[in-house]
Design a protein around this ligand. Structure first.
Ligand SMILES: Nc1nc2c(ncn2[C@@H]2O[C@H](COP(=O)(O)OP(=O)(O)O)[C@@H](O)[C@H]2O)c(=O)[nH]1
Ligand SMILES: [Mg+2]
Length: 233
């Protein structure tokens, strides 16, 4: 039997893009989609429910908070064998999910990062500040952990047991970096696979704003450094 695959989507005010993401997710192989509505003030929760997703709500702001809330739900409700994370902004191509989970299904990886630098990018999809931040973070990870990632992209797949073992805790923008460096520290089998990337629907809240870029950049570098110093939590 195929391992169960659930999708986690953190969403903050994404009523325009979320229906497109949900419609493009291939089922099968996806069993269940959990949208964490991060105290949105628009119709995010309503459009997610209408599309058949399970909706959970997190009041505390932050990308990591939303992911943690969705994982908490899965933990209490028949956890899957594989979790796929995906943004709500329709920048990624949800129909590429099978390529992302394939190395896990074949037993060759525990964590697969969808790499936007290896894949096809629509011009303007990955903002210059996001590319620069990625480069610096991946370079620092290589220096401190000895592994060469090509991206810290949001579209990723991981074995449930491996994820639980990571004991994720970042509540904001350090989430993706935390997962990758903890996976290296725990000697998980990690792999980058190319994914396509297009301009998001609506305006960017993180790398599209000065505040988001500075906060995300700081938090990502802090996270990469912190776990290299032997911190376990
Ligand atoms: N939970 C939560 N999600 C957020 C927050 N800010 C952005 N997001 C989500 O994170 C994803 C990426 O944000 P986005 O605005 O596209 O940033 P970008 O990818 O850097 O342009 C989207 O799915 C957003 O809905 C936030 O403060 N809390
Ligand atoms: Mg985005």
């Amino acid at each position: 039997m195929q391992p169960s695959i659930d999708v986690v989507i953190p969403a903050f005010n994404e009523e325009a893009s979320l229906p497109l993401v949900l419609a493009a997710l291939p089922s099968p192989p996806v069993r269940r989609i959990v949208v964490c509505n991060n105290a949105s003030t628009d119709g995010t929760a309503a459009v997610a429910s209408a599309a058949g997703a399970t909706v959970v709500r997190e009041e505390r702001p932050g990308y990591g908070s939303a992911c943690l809330c969705a994982l908490d739900y899965l933990r209490r409700n028949d956890p899957p064998e594989i979790v796929v994370f995906l943004d709500a902004d329709f920048s990624d191509h949800p129909q590429e999910l099978p390529q992302l989970v394939a190395p896990i299904l074949s037993g060759n990886a525990d964590l697969v990062i969808g790499s936007r630098t290896l894949g096809e990018r629509e011009p303007g999809a990955l903002l210059p500040q996001a590319r620069a931040g990625n480069l610096v973070a991946c370079w620092l990870i290589r220096l401190l952990y000895g592994h060469r990632f090509t991206d810290l992209g949001p579209f990723r797949a991981i074995r449930w047991e491996a994820l639980e073992q990571l004991e994720m805790r970042d509540r904001t923008f350090g989430w993706t970096a935390e997962m990758q460096v903890k996976a290296l520290r725990q000697r998980l089998r990690v792999l980058d696979v190319p994914v396509s990337y297009r301009r998001r629907v609506g305006v960017s809240k993180i790398t599209g704003t000065l505040r988001g870029t500075v906060l995300a950049g700081y938090k990502i570098l802090y996270t990469v450094l912190r776990y290299s110093l032997g911190r376990r939590d």
